[in-house]
Design a protein around this ligand. Structure first.
Ligand code: PGA
Length: 255
């Protein structure tokens, strides 16, 4: 059975002081969690302090993005080399907000992914269709294109370090969740695609998270689906009780 992974994407929220306060409570609240992989992704400016706070805890640290060059004249960017050096374990790549507001493409996702792997960060690669794409019946074409584009040139060995996140854009921050059946259908499609690209044994072991308005009330049902192996949680990850309840839902899944 694949290990479930619950990751909190804090987006552009929390000052350093607020981050420290939230992490302190999360650490004690989640200290007893054994089976589930837990990741939190605060903003860049809080990462170094967060890394220190999370030493010896069962919570892993992730960044929300990285640049593909390691250093040089790239004002305003942060590299995988730097993230690894301060103790980051994970990095989110290609979130739909980056695609929508910051010009991210499948090609730049691919460059970031390769840089993450080179720097021994565990990537969480996001894919997902917009409402319009779903309504005109393009969901599977878009997902297929995004998966293929993101993973271009990736080896079987590298694929084993990558987590994918299916996040329908229409479900992010809207309160509208994909039904467990809708999500499972796309997750199964992604795994089938991975089977074609990397073979069955690799595909079977890839963690595919669902993201988009995951909350305590829908987490268990979503996580119960065969091909849903975790959640990428935005809004609900900023609240200790909600995030802890989602992690607990993962802990309660048999297997
Ligand atoms: P949400 O965000 O849980 O607030 O919908 C999920 C995400 O964007 O990763």
């Amino acid at each position: 059975m694949r290990k479930l992974n619950i990751s909190g994407n804090w987006k552009l929220n929390k000052t350093l002081a607020e981050t420290k306060a939230l992490l302190a409570v999360l650490k004690s609240e989640l200290a007893g969690v054994k089976k589930t992989e837990i990741v939190v992704c605060p903003t860049y400016v809080s990462l170094a302090t967060s890394a220190e706070m999370l030493i010896d805890s069962n919570i892993k640290l992730g960044a929300q993005n990285l640049f593909w060059e390691e250093s040089g004249a790239f004002t305003g960017e942060v590299s995988g080399l730097q993230l690894k050096a301060i103790g980051c374990n994970y990095v989110i790549i290609g979130h739909s907000e980056r695609r929508q507001y910051f010009g991210e493409t499948d090609e730049t996702v691919n460059k970031r992914l390769k840089s993450a792997l080179q720097n021994e960060l565990l990537p969480i690669v996001c894919v997902g269709e917009t409402l319009e794409e779903r309504e005109i019946g393009k969901t599977f074409d878009i997902i297929s294109e995004q998966v293929q584009g993101a993973l271009s040139g990736i080896s079987k060995d590298e694929m084993q370090k990558i987590t994918l996140a299916y996040e329908p854009v229409w479900a992010i921050g809207t309160g509208k969740t994909a039904t467990p059946e809708q999500a499972q259908e796309v997750h199964a499609f992604i795994r089938e695609k991975l089977t074609k690209l990397f073979g069955n044994s690799v595909a079977e072991n890839v963690t595919i998270q669902y993201g988009g308005s995951v909350k305590p009330s829908n987490a268990y049902e979503l996580l119960s689906q065969n091909d849903i192996d975790g959640a990428l949680v935005g809004g609900a990850s900023l609240d200790v009780e909600s995030f802890a309840a989602i992690v607990q839902a993962a802990e309660n899944i048999e297997g």
